[in-house]
Design a protein around this ligand. Structure first.
Ligand code: FAD
Length: 820
């Protein structure tokens, strides 16, 4: 075996093989792949997955990964045998609620450009004659879905990589350790010897946490047992010599799925309490009685699902069960894969918690990321560095992993809140928010008020329009009341969850100038809104940078995305000690005080000069609020006069109480996240993760004004110059829905007649402008103001018109408070 390699890949399951295939396609050589089992039926999850592939996912990233996966599997073959059976898929509408949700799913498919349809019970039966069509209301049909032969695909991809002499695969080679020196991987230790390595890629599936730990890296996933069985021959399928003809099926209301195996049926069930397995308890290939990723079948857990299967497919009634087992595969806290390079140990790459469905796509993007430094698709939802510290604890991973298993096929509202774990992180204002009747939503472990029941009277006062049905869930008209009170009076918003990062040291200015696209070299006390770009000129982060001293900066970004942004800032920082990056989130609490009366309120409790002259828009000052020392930034994501106020956490309650008392004569209210979102949308402020991310560049996002190409070199500049020269073809556009009753929640498809133009990146009601607002990227021709397009919401087309943005206070006079 080699003693040195450029890259050692741990695991020759579908993920390892796919990534190596793509790496060698991109020209990499000198790759060693090791697996503890035999090749390619390794005994890992891939070896016994039945291989159903359903491409549609409400996350575009996942759909993109699966679309590419289908394309690649259908091109692969092994000794003339296909790796893909294009039989289509059906998701049964067993309940009316499911039928409605499938309409929403069809919308998502259309948003992402995947061909799909809703079909009648009879049409469904035509595709699967053994179905009792009387039991369903219809089905969601994706003709391009089907069945993957995963082990075959592994071997086909591995042979391809081997044939170029680019990769060598070793079976029965168990990794026992990883050598790390000065935060950089050095070697992989195996029971067959040591392999020095420049880079290591962990594709160890359910063993991932164990392997990660060898390098001191937490891979937050938990293996869960999952039940699968085959029926004995079904008389109605007698004589069938083809492996599969029927579409693969999901029966989500019973958390079941099905596929044909010649004249038998395969049944998979999630319809049982999750059975977690600690990664340390997985048996080695030598110890395992069946296969290492397999456990004994627990028949009692299969009963409810089995009965549901027979109800849907009466032909299965007479058949017995065979080939029964509990297979293990990985669940993460948020249901997304774990991809990328660890921040703690450089050179340690991870590609974990990936289904067969996404494996070819995941292999491709991870390979691109490793080779080119940037993946071809925005992977924010899968980034290994997205997890907040609590989300890496075993207890959290267990609790959330189990819930992901339970909810795998549930109808999930986009605003649905997790029930457990909750109350992990409280701001110092929590008590006061509770007194206001706050309804808390969770974000990054924080409890953040979405609206406050104490503001219920505002609904009548401002005649806030109502909502019904799906759109009314996890929503309250009080959000509208809080929005309007912010615009007309003044409101306090708890912003403590914002991520606060201090960047300091003699190299800090130069470093931030390199990392950002706007001009950061400003006088002390200036706030700058900027993007950070990747080398393709796409928007990696969106934040503000405040110069606190010549070589000290405060970087402020969102709460949920904080770890992602922090990782980017840390990963790019020079290693020579001239720049120090500290996460000061927990040290500081924050309030937004916004509204036309914000100055009146703040002036009651401070002796500092708040006038436009002394404290202009985009300025930062140290002020005192009563006895509380605070840092005030004259900025507002709500688009009103006001300040973000930061102080040490222990002063928080005092700060709140002082402002609240001072605000009473002005009708101060507590504002929540619901109002905040609609306020920012009226102002056209982009939300990172929705309106902007690395699939887009600043020119497409209409953020070119925050790019200063002439400031000197910065990350992404060269790409931006190219983009400018070539011109853009699409643009983030503001739409309003024509029908005052119409609604959209985000991610819905946008059409021009039969042509799909794009999808909504954000949507909410604008209570001040009295219109439902939506944003989405449109081809330039369709992005002209006044153009009419259509948005599909639960199968219904709604007319929408492109508007000049922002809809609210386009001159910015409210923010700058021009009259004073
Ligand atoms: P694996 O296939 O487990 O590969 C990991 C490899 O790492 C193994 O070969 C293992 O031997 C090796 N390894 C681990 N530790 C070491 C070490 N220390 N040294 C050397 N080698 C090591 N997905 C779908 O898309 N569709 C389905 O229909 C589907 N059905 C499923 C049904 C069941 C019952 C199960 C269990 C899973 C199913 N899945 C399905 C999920 C899918 O099988 C997995 O997500 C996928 O196979 C994971 O691939 P992998 O390469 O990450 O892991």
């Amino acid at each position: 075996m080699e003693q040195q390699a450029r890259l050692v890949v741990i695991g020759a399951g579908i993920v390892g093989c796919s990534t190596v295939y793509h790496l060698t396609k991109l020209g990499w050589r000198d790759i060693v792949v090791v697996d503890q089992g035999p090749l390619f039926e390794t005994g890992g999850s891939t070896s016994h997955a039945p291989g159903l592939v359903f491409q549609t996912n409400f996350a575009r990233m996942m759909t993109e990964l699966s679309r590419y996966t289908v394309k690649l599997y259908s091109e692969l073959e092994l000794d003339g045998q296909p790796c893909w059976y294009p039989v289509g898929s059906l998701e049964m509408a067993y309940t009316r609620a499911r039928l409605e949700d499938l309409k929403r799913k069809l919308g998502a498919a259309r948003s992402w450009g995947l061909e799909a349809a809703l079909i009648t019970p009879q049409e469904t039966r035509d595709l699967i004659p053994i179905l009792d069509a009387g039991k369903i209301h219809g089905a969601y049909y994706v003709p391009s879905d089907g069945l993957a032969k995963a082990v075959r695909a592994c071997e086909a991809m591995a042979r391809n990589a081997q044939s170029k002499g680019a990769a060598t695969f070793y079976d029965h080679t168990t990794v026992t350790g990883i050598e790390v020196k000065n935060g950089q991987v050095q070697a992989v230790l195996t029971d067959q010897g040591r392999i020095g390595a420049e880079m290591i890629l962990v594709c160890a599936g359910i063993w991932g946490p164990r392997v990660g730990r060898m390098a001191g890296v937490t891979i937050p996933l938990i293996p869960v047992q999952h039940l699968y069985a085959r029926t004995t021959p079904v008389p109605e399928l007698a004589g069938e010599i083809r492996e599969i003809v029927h579409p693969v099926v999901r029966h989500q209301d019973y958390a079941m799925y099905f596929r044909q195996h010649y004249d038998c049926y395969g049944i998979g069930s999630y319809k049982h309490e999750p059975m977690l397995v600690e990664p340390d308890d997985i048996l080695s290939p030598q110890e395992a009685t069946i296969a290492p990723a397999m456990m004994d079948f627990t028949a009692e857990q299969f009963q409810v699902g089995h009965a549901a299967a027979i109800e849907l497919f009466p032909a299965l009634k007479g058949a017995g069960l065979t080939h029964q087992f509990n297979g293990m595969f990985s669940f993460t806290p948020d249901g997304f894969p774990v991809l990328g390079e660890s921040l703690e140990v450089r050179g340690l790459w991870v590609a974990e918690a990936i289904w067969i469905t996404h494996a070819a796509g995941a292999g491709k993007v991870v390979a691109e990321w490793m080779v080119e430094g940037v993946p071809g698709l925005d992977l924010r939802e899968a980034d290994i560095n997205r997890f907040h510290p609590h989300a890496l604890t075993p207890a959290y991973v267990r609790a959330r992993g189990a819930q992901q298993y339970r909810e795998v096929y549930d109808i999930i509202h986009p605003m649905q809140q997790m029930e457990n774990p909750r109350n992990l992180r409280h701001s110092p204002f929590h008590r006061r928010l509770e007194e206001q009747g706050a309804v808390f939503f969770e974000s990054a472990g924080w409890e953040r008020p979405q609206w406050h029941n104490a503001n219920a009277h505002l609904v009548e006062e401002y005649e806030v329009p109502g909502r019904t049905g799906w759109a009314a869930r996890y929503w309250s008209p009080i959000q509208g009341g809080e929005h309007l009170a912010t615009r007309e009076r003044v409101a306090l918003y708890d912003l403590t969850a914002f991520t606060k990062i201090e960047v300091k040291g003699p190299g800090s200015l130069g470093y931030l100038q390199y990392l950002t696209s706007n001009q950061i070299d400003q006088p002390v006390g200036k706030v700058v809104y900027t993007s950070m770009l990747n080398k393709k000129g796409r928007i990696k982060c969106d934040l503000t940078v405040t110069r606190r001293a010549p070589d000290r900066f405060l970087v402020l970004t969102g709460g949920a995305i904080g770890m992602h942004d922090l990782a980017w800032i840390r990963a790019n920082a020079p290693a020579d000690g001239t720049v120090q990056v500290d996460d000061v989130t927990s040290r500081l609490c924050a309030l937004g005080l916004w509204g036309p009366r914000a100055r009146d309120v703040l002036q009651q409790v401070t002796e500092d000069d708040l006038s436009n002259g002394a404290f202009p828009y985009y300025a930062c000052r140290e002020i005192t609020i009563g006895m509380v020392p605070a840092l005030a930034l004259r900025v507002s994501y709500a688009g009103e006069l006001g300040w973000e106020l930061y102080t040490l956490t222990e002063y928080g309650l005092k700060l709140w109480d002082s402002l609240w008392e001072a605000g009473k004569p002005y009708g101060i209210i507590a504002g929540g996240g619901g109002a905040f979102d609609s306020l920012r949308l009226e102002k056209g402020y982009r939300l990172w993760g929705a309106d902007i991310h690395t699939d887009y560049n600043p020119y497409e996002a209409c953020l070119g004004w925050a790019v200063k190409l002439d400031k000197g070199n910065f990350l992404g500049r060269e790409a931006l110059l190219r983009i400018k020269e070539q011109g853009i073809t699409r643009k983030l556009s503001c739409l309003t829905l024509d029908d005052p009753e119409a609604i959209a929640l985000g991610k819905e498809p946008i059409f021009d007649g039969g042509e799909r133009l794009g999808y909504l990146t954000s949507s909410n009601y604008g209570y001040s402008v009295g219109k439902h607002i939506a944003y989405g990227y449109l081809p330039l021709d369709s992005a002209r103001v006044g153009t009419t397009v259509e948005i599909e919401y639960f199968g219904k087309r709604e007319k929408a018109t492109v508007r000049k943005e922002p809809l609210y206070d386009p001159e910015g006079g409210k923010l700058r408070n021009d009259e004073i």
